[in-house]
Ligand binder design. Structure first.
Ligand code: NDP
Length: 277
């Protein structure tokens, strides 16, 4: 019987996940279907009901996207350490009547940077802008990549400091406000993990943080040169990238978790890439 998977979010019309998983299934010859479900935002418990109904009907797994990642984590019976730290799930697996939660966003991001872009983070100075769900999901995989220093800058500094208090023991992590960045010199990698680009805004990051030989990475994708990437370019940075590779790599991690085999990602990334210029 064909195994059923789905992505759930709201609004879900824009999702690329059915296309990505369809291409993975074709390449690896897996007998599976993957659909998109518009999740119910109201009433409060309707989302959990929709997920349980999918599992009860024989569903094997789901991806979860905005605005449901926190609810998906909260309703799970078990979870990985990554999902626990993020307090959010972007993938679920139904097994023996239980719901298991995972968070592959950070792993996908690290894999895109280190493998696809060929930029090992070990020994590098890394700056991450933001302290929301994407940053929480990325902290453990980033620290595992052993940067010399990982700085998180956020408007709400207390949010970043809370993350340092939670995982600071795992590596050289520190939190600051944007105003502190002027004095911190250049970084080899600057990652915009704020949601500013979704509204065409720019986080108040000083251009002095960019290193011309370094890389600027924007988590949003398909938006060409965002104000953040433009700022980096104007600061002389040659290496700029958006989050399409992260999107495909987190999907590949979920696919491997569900199906026990990792699909290749290069051709899928190429197919979804919108040129930056
Ligand atoms: P959250 O809503 O959890 O967090 C938003 C963060 O952005 C907060 O730190 C907030 O700061 C900051 N922020 C928002 N607006 C501004 C602004 N104008 N200037 C400075 N900071 C701002 O979002 P997520 O962490 O879930 O997502 C962040 C981004 O990552 C989004 O663009 C999302 O699309 C993208 N993403 C991409 C993925 C991919 O596969 N490529 C996967 C997941 C996310 P404060 O706390 O101070 O309010």
């Amino acid at each position: 019987m064909t195994d059923q998977y789905a992505v759930i979010g709201s609004p879900i019309g824009h999702t690329k996940s059915p296309l990505i998983h369809g291409l993975f299934a074709q390449e690896t010859q897996q007998d599976m279907s993957y659909t998109a479900i518009e999740g119910p935002v109201e009433p409060q418990d309707a989302f959990a009901g929709a997920v349980r109904a999918f599992g009860a009907a024989g569903g094997k797994g789901m991806n979860v996207t905005a605005p449901f990642k926190l609810k998906a984590f909260a309703m799970a019976d078990a979870c990985s350490e990554r999902a626990e730290l993020a307090g959010a799930a972007n993938a679920l697996r139904f097994e023996n009547g239980q719901i298991v939660a995972e968070n592959f966003d950070g792993l996908g991001l690290v894999r895109d940077i280190e493998v696809n872009l060929g930029l090992p983070m070990a020994g590098k100075r890394v700056l991450m802008l933001g302290a929301g769900g994407a940053v929480r999901g990325a902290l453990l995989p980033f620290l595992a990549a052993r940067p010399a220093e990982l700085v998180i800058a956020n408007r709400d500094v207390a949010k970043g400091q809370a993350l340092v208090a939670q995982v600071g023991g795992r590596g050289p992590l520190l939190a600051c406000g944007y105003g502190d960045l002027e004095a911190m010199g250049r970084f080899d990698l600057v990652v915009n993990a704020t949601s500013a680009s979704l509204t065409g805004d720019l986080p108040p990051v000083p251009p002095g943080v960019f290193s011309p030989e370094g890389t600027a990475y924007e988590l949003a994708y398909g938006k060409r040169l965002t104000p953040f990437l433009r700022l980096a370019r104007n600061a002389g940075v040659r290496g700029v990238a958006d989050g399409v590779g992260m999107l495909v790599e987190q999907a590949a991690e979920a696919f491997a978790w569900w199906r026990g085999m990792r699909p290749q990602t290069r051709s899928v990334i190429d197919r979804l890439t919108v040129p930056l210029d």
